[in-house]
Every structure is written in C-alpha cells, then in structure tokens.
Design a protein around this ligand. Structure first.
Ligand code: FAD
Length: 485
C-alpha cells in the first residue's frame, strides 16, 4: 500500500493527534514530516524564544517517533512545494494534517490542499488544537461572540468536546524513507547562546507537557481559584508553551481536569476556574478566526484614532525592566530571563506600557512575541487588545492598573519582586512596591540609591493616569457612534 504523509505543525505530539491516527487507520506506511517555512507564516512565524522551544520540541517528537520505529523527516522551504516533492519521492497517496487558524496559514493551507487534491492525492485535515471549531459556536443571531461569558456558557451548554484519542502503539515505517535535514540545519537555536535562563526553567516536549498537567491537577488545582493571581506562588499550570506547540491538546486537558474533579470533588472550584482560562484561550482563537485584522488593528475601530506617544527611551526602560515600578520591572525581567511571565503581571506590565507610557499596544505585542516561549498569535493579540481596552470583552480603558496597589495585593510579601529585582531585596515589605516613597534612612539601610542602584519612576502614576484619561476622552467624543464590524 502507498504511504501517507503526516504534516506536523502546532500538534507536536503522538497522543490525541487525529491526523496521525487517521494516517495509521488508513493502513500502509506513515511518514511524519515537519517543514520549516517561516516566510509563509507571516506574523505567526515564531520569535526568538519560541524558536528555541520549537527546536527542542521537534527533537523530542523525533525521539518519540523513533521509539515507535519511525522518525521525523525535516525539510525547509515552501510548504506546498515541499509536500508535492515528498509525494513524488515516496509515492504517497495521502496527506493528513491538523488545522491551524491564523489568518496567513489558513489561506496558505487551503491552497496546498487544493493543489494536492488536483494532483490526485487524498487530503484530510482535522481539529487538534481547539475544543470546538471556531465556526461551531455563534450567538443566537448567528454572529461570532465578542464577549467571553456568553461564549463560554454556550461552549459548556452544547455537546462536550470529543474525548482525546490514545497515541498509536506503533507506526508502520515505509521502505522508501525520504532524506531529512538535521534539526540543527534549521538554525532555530541562536548563534550566541543567551538561552540559559529559559533552559533552566523549561523542558519542551510531550512528556514534560503531560507531567506539568498531572502536577497541576494533583497539587495545584485545589488552590487555583485563589492562587492563580499570585506571581509570588507557583499556582498556575505553566502549560501555555506546551499548548501553543500542541505538545498537549485542550481536549486532553479538558478530559483530565474533569476526571480530577470526579476523583476529588474538593478540586471542583479550582478546576472550573482553570477550565475558564482554557476557555479564554479558546475565545482568543475564535476571535482571531473571525476578526483576522485584529493582529494589527484594534477590534474597536475608534481606537485607531488614539493619540499614542512615541517614547523610545521609556519603551527601552520597560523592555529592560527599568521603569522604577518594581512589579512591572520584576515581570519584564522574568520574561527576559525565562521566556514567560505570570498572567497578572502581564496585565500590569502591558497596561503600564499602553496607559502610563501611551506606547501603541502593537509595539508591546511585538516585544512579547519575540521574548515569550508561549508566544501565540491569538492569545497575545487578545491579551494586548484586552489590556489596551480596544479588543473583545476588553478591560475598560479608564480602568488603569496601579502597579503599587497591584503589587501590594498580589505580591503581598514582595517575594516576587525580591526574586527578580534583587537590588531592592533589603527593603522592608511596606516599601518594596514603592521604593521612591521610602524614607531616605530606610532606603540607605537597604542599600537602595534611587537612579544609582535602582531607577526612580520614569513617570508619575497620577499624572500618567490623568494624561491617559484625557487622551481616551478625546477618542470617546469622536466615536459616539462607532461600532465593531
Ligand atoms: P494557567 O493559568 O495555568 O492557564 C491554563 C491555560 O489557559 C494557559 O496555559 C493558556 O493556554 C490559557 N490561558 C490562561 N489565561 C489566558 C488568557 N488570559 N488568554 C488566553 N489564554 C489563557 N498566553 C499565551 O499562551 N500566549 C501569549 O502570547 C500570551 N500573551 C499574553 C499577552 C498579554 C498582554 C496578556 C495579558 C496575556 C497573554 N497570555 C498569553 C495569556 C496568559 O498570560 C498566559 O496564557 C498564562 O500566563 C500562561 O500561564 P499558565 O500556562 O501557567 O496559565
């Protein structure tokens, strides 16, 4: 029987991989393929930190495939032409893949499917990355949801997501095995190795993904509803890069989480809160599918008129973690060092850039894109537009996070700030989130000298807030009749 190709993309796993299972079910040899084609992915092409993750995730997938008598064929180039070449080299009669939903990959994949089918090749595609297809959930009037709560209510009220599929026990190898590039040839790892902090914090791959989920469900889920907002505690699942690269799928998470509630009803509130966050991920992907322009444009069009400021010095200070606001700086340094930032701190740091500094949210999203290991076009776009107040179900613009009160509330002992901003570690807790306000002798005893050992605030919170609100009032006046289309 002629072989099948399985084209791996954001589904770097063997379990709950419908494309892989369909290829095995068809019978005949199965050839797993990865094609590096960043130029075709446009804004979804991975940034620097994500490339590190991708390299190791592909290595892990290859190891798992080899353990089943197979292996990953790695190529580089235009995906459609490469698949056609591989069909020619192997005599494959079928190509299977799991769908992606980013604007540029969607249209590219449709063209590839048509071209392969025109050449007589069977092509089948599947959903592996979402609980529900983005076109399957609509409002009562058939429109896409733009508000999370009714979206999630509708999602939970309908048919439950399909249960996950087990990994195939073995993969029939082909007698004709195409040549593969070595993974290093893709150049995903940086020439100068700056990834030590990321390496220490993460293990990419399917096994690490399941282990993280298990640890979360057994140890952390019970406290998640309270702890999820605390950057000083390790209270969240840290599954985001694993979910982005598809080392684990949301249906696996959903099924395992529900099973945990059945085993331990004390977890019910934590699991509900957790699945709600998986719901936000789902919502972000559905919004991006229906409003593809939102990767660069505000969903609420009146925000296109917002009077942003150009302030490269302040933006550099924000990136480096040198704004003088300890919670913001701790988050930005955690991001630079580990490729990840806690969600609460992402909101505060993003809000600071957009509202205190009035830097366009697109600039912040671009920095996150390059530095996050979990950079995800749907989640990053939604997160930034939500924070800026211009997206789906967004925080109102006039609600401006105060980094000091957020620090006092969510990092009450200053543990998070002390970890990432060690030059402030000696300050008493009462001053840790506002070192500029501490009496001089208290700062001196802690070894803190403003603008020498740690910056004075680059903007005054009250003044920056007032300026942002004035700017917002201006667009509100001009947009009394604006609507989202
Ligand atoms: P948990 O609390 O354990 O949540 C479980 C999963 O739910 C996460 O892994 C993630 O897949 C999903 N999730 C949780 N919160 C959100 C949310 N607010 N929106 C969408 N999905 C969510 N998440 C990304 O995966 N990639 C991004 O590029 C990204 N950029 C963001 C940018 C900004 C400005 C903000 C405010 C948020 C962003 N998020 C992004 C969402 C969120 O911060 C991360 O998903 C979360 O911090 C990941 O940690 P975790 O896996 O421990 O989360």
């Amino acid at each position: 029987m002629r072989p099948s190709l399985v084209w791996f993309r954001h589904d770097l796993r063997l379990a709950d991989n419908p494309a892989l299972s369909a290829a095995v079910a068809r019978g005949g040899p199965v050839i797993p393929v990865y094609i590096w084609s960043p130029q075709e992915e446009g804004e979804a092409a991975p940034g620097a930190a994500s490339r590190w993750w991708l390299h190791h995730s592909l290595a892990s997938l290859d190891t798992d495939l080899r353990a089943r008598g197979s292996g990953l064929v790695v190529r580089r180039g235009a995906a459609g032409a490469t698949l056609r070449t591989l069909v020619g080299e192997t005599g494959a009669a079928a190509v299977f893949w799991n769908r992606r939903y980013e604007p540029q990959t969607l249209s590219r994949d449709a063209d590839i499917k048509n071209a392969l089918r025109a050449g007589g090749v069977l092509v089948e595609t599947f959903n592996s990355g979402l609980l529900f297809e983005p076109w399957a959930l609509t409002t009562g009037t058939g429109k896409p949801f733009q508000v999370f709560t009714p979206f999630w209510k509708a999602a939970l009220a309908g048919k439950p997501p399909l249960g996950p599929i087990a990994a195939p026990p073995g993969l029939p190898a082909s007698s004709v095995w195409p040549a593969s590039l070595a993974l290093d040839a893709l150049g995903l790892l940086p020439a100068y190795d700056w990834t030590g902090g990321i390496r220490a914090a993460w293990t990419p791959g399917e096994h690490a993904a399941s282990a993280s989920l298990d640890r979360f469900l057994h140890d952390l889920a019970v406290g998640y509803a309270d702890d999820r907002n605390r950057p000083d505690l390790s209270g969240t699942s840290r599954l985001s890069p694993h979910l982005h690269f598809g080392e684990i799928g949301p249906r696996q998470v959903f099924a395992a989480a529900r099973a945990q509630t059945a085993r331990d009803p004390a977890c019910a509130a934590g699991i509900d809160a957790y699945l709600r966050e998986i719901g936000w991920r789902e919502f972000a992907h559905h919004v991006l599918f229906h409003f593809p322009r939102t990767t660069t444009e505000p969903l609420r069009r009146e925000f296109a008129e917002f009077p942003w400021a150009r302030n490269d010095r302040a933006q550099r200070a924000w990136r480096r973690g040198g704004t003088g606001y300890p919670l913001v700086d701790a988050g930005m340094r955690e991001l630079w060092h580990t490729g990840w930032m806690h969600n609460r701190v992402r909101m505060v740091a993003a809000s600071f850039l957009v509202k205190h500094l009035r830097v366009p949210w697109q600039d912040g999203a671009a920095w996150f894109w390059d530095t996050l290991v979990d950079a995800d076009l749907a989640n990053n776009t939604l997160g930034w537009q939500w924070t800026a107040g211009c997206g789906a179900d967004a925080a109102p613009f006039f609600r401006i996070f105060n980094p000091v009160t957020q620090g006092d509330r969510f990092d009450p002992d200053g543990t998070f700030v002390r970890r990432w901003v060690p030059e402030l570690a000696g300050l008493p807790t009462g001053w840790i989130h506002k070192p500029w306000a501490a009496p001089e002798p208290v700062r001196a005893a802690a070894g803190v000298v403003l603008d020498r050992t740690y910056p004075a605030p680059i903007v005054d919170h009250a003044k920056a807030r007032a300026t942002a609100l004035t700017a917002f009032a201006a667009i509100r006046r001009g947009a009394s009749n604006a609507s989202v289309t």
